[in-house]
Design a protein around this ligand. Structure first.
Ligand code: MRU
Length: 361
């Protein structure tokens, strides 16, 4: 890994080529920070596996990758006619929905792809599979482009909340690696940094898969933002020492009342922030809201392999056969959240009414 030229160059999720033969290019995030490796996905199972294994991860990036994965799946039975493409698309989107359960962006993006095919019914002649596939690629590009724009807007709104010289704690990775570009929680920090606000970030390492250590610290360093890495269990002490004035995290799914699912450990950080009188903010695009779910109790929480806890990064660190509980996410209750920074503005206070007002139906 070397050179600042890669800072501008890295693209978390990209499409290479045309609709009929192109592929989805991803940074394999399981290899960071020591290796920068890109993989090309040419079939839906490879996309499914990349999402499942967290080669691509972070709610918005999962949605963008799934949109392109749907295009790849839609051509898998040939382009003889629109009906064939539509059938293959339906099978691919159903399959990709089974990759991970919590981030609603996955389902939101796949719903958009299915709706695009349904809406194209009238406009695309029954013989023209290629035309439908082109429409689907256009939609996948739109999902990626909109995400990029939403992240920039989140950065602008969030930076207004940042006071010069603040210490900001974040958990997991909600940066450019978790989105099309620039991030959500990290967009707020990048934007404040670019405005010369001299922030310092405390990055929780984020057990068990270390997205904070491997990805957030890497992104912040590359952009020249001062960052101090801490183990998750140090957050209380760091807050007590007065080093943190704000917490900003991302989200995987936000219920209609503002309860927010994010990486396991986020809820604990929110409780600590409340105990120390530190405002706790969530930064997320409207694609991460699930207004069909009344509150956090209905958010599905992904359970992952025990191996991630007992054999982190290749070394056994627990006795063989020990029982393990490994939920990948937790839910922070709305009452602990000072505000939700969206591309449409900051939702504050966080409740059913304010969310509906800003995000709509
Ligand atoms: O398991 P991960 O790495 O996909 O979890 C990611 C997070 O929890 C992020 O904070 C969230 O998706 C927001 S990304 C902008």
């Amino acid at each position: 890994m070397s050179g600042t030229e890669e800072i501008e160059a890295f693209q978390t999720v990209a499409w290479v080529g045309d609709a009929a033969r192109g592929s989805l290019r991803l940074i394999d995030q399981t290899r960071l920070p020591t290796e920068f490796l890109e993989i090309d996905c040419h079939d839906a199972p490879t996309v499914w596996e990349a999402i499942k294994l967290l080669r691509v991860r972070g709610a918005p990036a999962i949605g963008v990758a799934a949109g392109y994965g749907a295009v790849i799946g839609a051509r898998s039975q040939g382009l003889a006619d629109a009906a064939t493409v539509r059938r293959a698309l339906g099978e691919a989107t159903a399959y990709l929905r089974t990759s991970r359960p919590t981030a609603v962006n996955l389902f939101w993006a796949l719903d958009r792809m299915d709706a695009t095919a349904a809406a194209a019914g009238a406009g695309v002649s029954s013989g023209n599979g290629s035309a439908l596939l082109d429409r689907l690629l256009t939609e996948a590009h739109a999902i990626a482009d909109e995400d990029r724009a939403m992240c920039r807007a989140i950065g602008r709104h969030g930076a207004e909340l940042v006071v010069p010289g603040e210490g900001i704690l974040t958990h997991c990775n909600a940066g450019g690696l978790a989105t099309s570009d620039y991030g959500t929680a990290l967009a707020v920090i990048f934007s404040a940094h670019e405005q010369g606000k001299h922030v310092r970030v405390y990055a929780d390492e984020t057990r068990p898969l270390l997205q904070g250590a491997r990805l957030t610290a890497w992104e912040l360093q590359r952009r020249g933002v001062p960052v101090t890495l801490i183990c998750d269990n140090m957050a209380a002490q760091v807050m007590k020492e007065g080093k943190v004035q704000k917490v900003v995290v991302g989200a995987d799914r936000i219920a209609a009342n503002g309860d927010t699912a994010n990486k396991i450990g986020t809820y604990g950080v929110a409780v600590l922030a409340r105990a120390h009188g530190i405002p706790f903010y969530v930064a997320a695009p409207s694609s991460t809201f699930d207004l069909a779910i009344p509150d956090g109790a209905a958010i599905p929480i992904e359970q992952r392999e025990s191996h991630e806890v007992t054999h982190g990064f290749g070394r056994q660190t627990a006795p063989s056969g020990v029982d393990v509980y490994n939920p990948a996410f937790d839910v922070t209750p709305a009452e602990l959240i000072a505000g939700i920074i969206t591309e449409k503005g900051v939702i504050r206070p966080v409740n059913h009414e304010t969310i509906r007002e800003v995000i709509g139906n």
